[in-house]
Write a protein that binds this ligand. Sequence first.
Ligand SMILES: *[C@@H]1O[C@H](CO)[C@@H](O)[C@H](O)[C@H]1NC(C)=O
Ligand SMILES: *[C@@H]1O[C@H](CO)[C@@H](O)[C@H](O)[C@H]1NC(C)=O
Ligand SMILES: *[C@@H]1O[C@H](CO)[C@@H](O)[C@H](O)[C@H]1NC(C)=O
Ligand SMILES: *[C@@H]1O[C@H](CO)[C@@H](O)[C@H](O)[C@H]1NC(C)=O
Ligand SMILES: *[C@@H]1O[C@H](CO)[C@@H](O)[C@H](O)[C@H]1NC(C)=O
Ligand SMILES: *[C@@H]1O[C@H](CO)[C@@H](O)[C@H](O)[C@H]1NC(C)=O
Length: 744
Amino acid sequence: METSAVAAALGFLLLAGAAGSARDEAREAAAVRALLARLLGPGPAGNFSVSVERALAAESGLDTYRLSGGGAGTRVRVAGSTGVAAAAGLHRYLRDFCGGHVAWSGAQLRLPQPLPAVPGELTEATPSRYRYYQNVCTQSYSFVWWDWARWEQEIDWMALNGINLALAWSGQEAIWQRVYLALGLTQAEIDDYFTGPAFLAWGRMGNLHSWGGPLPRSWHLKQLYLQHRILDRMRSFGMIPVLPAFAGHVPKAITRVFPQVNVTQLGSWGHFNCSYSCSFLLAPGDPMFPIIGSLFLRELTKEFGTDHIYGADTFNEMQPPSSDPSYLAAATAAVYEAMIAVDPDAVWLLQGWLFQHQPQFWRPAQVEAVLGAVPRGRLLLLDLFAESQPVYSRTASFQGQPFLWCMLHNFGGNHGLFGSLEAVNQGPAAARLFPNSTMVGTGMAPEGIGQNEVVYALMAELGWRKEPVPDLGAWVTSFADRRYGVPHEDAEAAWRLLLRSVYNCSGEACRGHNRSPLVRRPSLQMDTTVWYNRSDVFEAWQLLLKAAPALASSPAFRYDLLDVTRQAAQELVSLYYGAVKTAYVNKDLVALLRAGGILVYELLPALDEVLASDSRFLLGSWLEQARMAAVSEAEALFYEQNSRYQLTLWGPEGNILDYANKQLAGLVSDYYTPRWQLFLEAVIESLVQGTPFQQHKFDQRVFQLEQAFVLSTWRYPSQPQGDTVDLAKRLFLKYYPRWVAGTL
Ligand SMILES: *[C@@H]1O[C@H](CO)[C@@H](O)[C@H](O)[C@H]1NC(C)=O
Ligand SMILES: *[C@@H]1O[C@H](CO)[C@@H](O)[C@H](O)[C@H]1NC(C)=O
Ligand SMILES: *[C@@H]1O[C@H](CO)[C@@H](O)[C@H](O)[C@H]1NC(C)=O
Ligand SMILES: *[C@@H]1O[C@H](CO)[C@@H](O)[C@H](O)[C@H]1NC(C)=O
Ligand SMILES: *[C@@H]1O[C@H](CO)[C@@H](O)[C@H](O)[C@H]1NC(C)=O
Ligand SMILES: *[C@@H]1O[C@H](CO)[C@@H](O)[C@H](O)[C@H]1NC(C)=O
């Protein structure tokens, strides 16, 4: 298909801000001015003039910004075809002309005086219609406890990065509750169905129900309120919020109210038993399907309005009851038809994860059945993990349905330095050049945020570039300069080492999931291989410490120094674990005691101490967020426990153990360390008594500790203690020489 044919198939989907009135332009410009004032303060914001002019996109039909002015006595003029385009232009100016930086860990916005002049005019159009953000899971791993202040920051970050399409999924359970009550379910049945807040993402995809619930009444009220504010703000920038739609999953209680209803019980998911998974799927041919689907969408859009794009995932990591293409086509069509019954302009946003997650099920005939069941242009696919396992290239560009090239990057919101910057850099441009490509944009779909900011900075930039960044080495160097506010050759060199090591992963070893022994339940079988040369991490550590006297006043530098120190500690845990294992195999008790003793009594406590020096690495801050979302002490305890479960056991029995692992002060001292202690005791006992190490017995005992951590009500500090630079240096002076000498 030629581009024009794609455009015809996608219809209005491709017309950027086509239907804008002067009033919309004024509203979007005002939203960007307000963002500017939040970012720089009201005084400095006055040095900019911001306008939104739809006409800027007249030529290309794509979001466009234009920068001009600046220099002594002249305001910087930022114009965009939408509010998002203007915000992206503003970000471009702050980044490339002023050396500024805005990231999750904070912003560096010391601007030159006067503001640098833009020579002539700089006009830039995005190469594609959409820049998308979020994964269904991000809502649980990262956003679950957010208040409006935190959401506001995030939406600002989205606008600055030019994101114009994002999920807005808060508050949907409140709407579902209305629908279920209207259908005749009791409140008790509904309470029994919803998962707890920290597990809603999987409830929404039909993977789970009931686990970690019920949702308190206050939860629904607060989420409704939040959702209204989120939608208002997103729309004020001209962003398109994606609302949820009915995918076919229903509470079991539906069968009590409607005994004739045709449902199929799906299989279990994620090692959960059927008390929490094996959800019920309504048959596509059942007359209740369009009724429930339309009731929900009508109630939802009555409450929130609509921008006509809806997300729904019926078979995400769920084996469909039949592989018969006619069944899959019917199941897909039913979801779409329930949408257009309420909104004739509906477009369905589908996470394409299922196709690459279960490739043995999703053969060409099965994939075609889904893609062909919705009119062309009305199914918008997220090629969710395209930097690693793209689906467009083996489905003839999703059989002509439009798709977004998305970087997934992170699973479970783990810490751990990781990324494949080369693949990310090349991917979108290559997808555009694919024969008959139907790519209509790019996206970022991490399961969790607040880690590896460099990867997201690159991906966000690519949303506005036609070509890859020409030289990643140069790019990462300027990234470091902007991040810290001044160029420093040691910091730059550190970043180039990180680029060629942790951030250049490829192949099977790299799946965006931290499998370091540090964050895993110990055993004698742990894999410690990594895709990079550990020397590069240790050298980067040394270089950052060399830069510390000059850069220590930069919050981003302190964050990175801590993050690299944390990474070095993670490497050291692997090395000491390896020494423990070797000593055990060699029946060398002295060596075992030495390596194990350092690991448990020196290294892990020192890691916890350095993490405790930064509010961005505190379990106390993490849990405090959960507690703050509550309206009573009982609720605070309940939310805190939800949060602890998600970080650790991920289910009542460690069902998805440590999937969402983090490296936070408190978690290291009271969760990872005790289980390493227990492990060490068990291997010592095994060695001394000459009996085999029994993993099964150890697992049972360590589960008691893990569970005790989850159920504990201990309050952790939410204020940092100690100086990061001093503590990092202390760790470095102790361990770096041992690494270099190869004598642990
Ligand atoms: C692209 O589409 C055209 C027109 O439908 C078709 O003739 C051609 O074979 C396609 N190319 C590829 C590589 O699929
Ligand atoms: C912008 O304007 C403010 C107040 O008018 C002024 O104090 C400031 O120095 C100007 N420049 C920058 C770079 O903020
Ligand atoms: C599922 O597991 C939970 C928690 O371990 C247990 O309480 C429940 O009885 C189990 N349900 C079934 C159906 O086995
Ligand atoms: C129930 O739905 C399934 C799947 O669509 C279908 O094969 C079956 O015939 C239906 N059963 C009845 C009794 O309608
Ligand atoms: C990343 O690794 C590839 C080989 O897998 C290599 O060709 C490339 O130069 C590396 N990039 C950097 C920045 O080191
Ligand atoms: C890792 O890097 C160090 C330091 O640059 C070098 O001496 C060593 O040979 C490298 N190891 C491998 C396996 O490439």
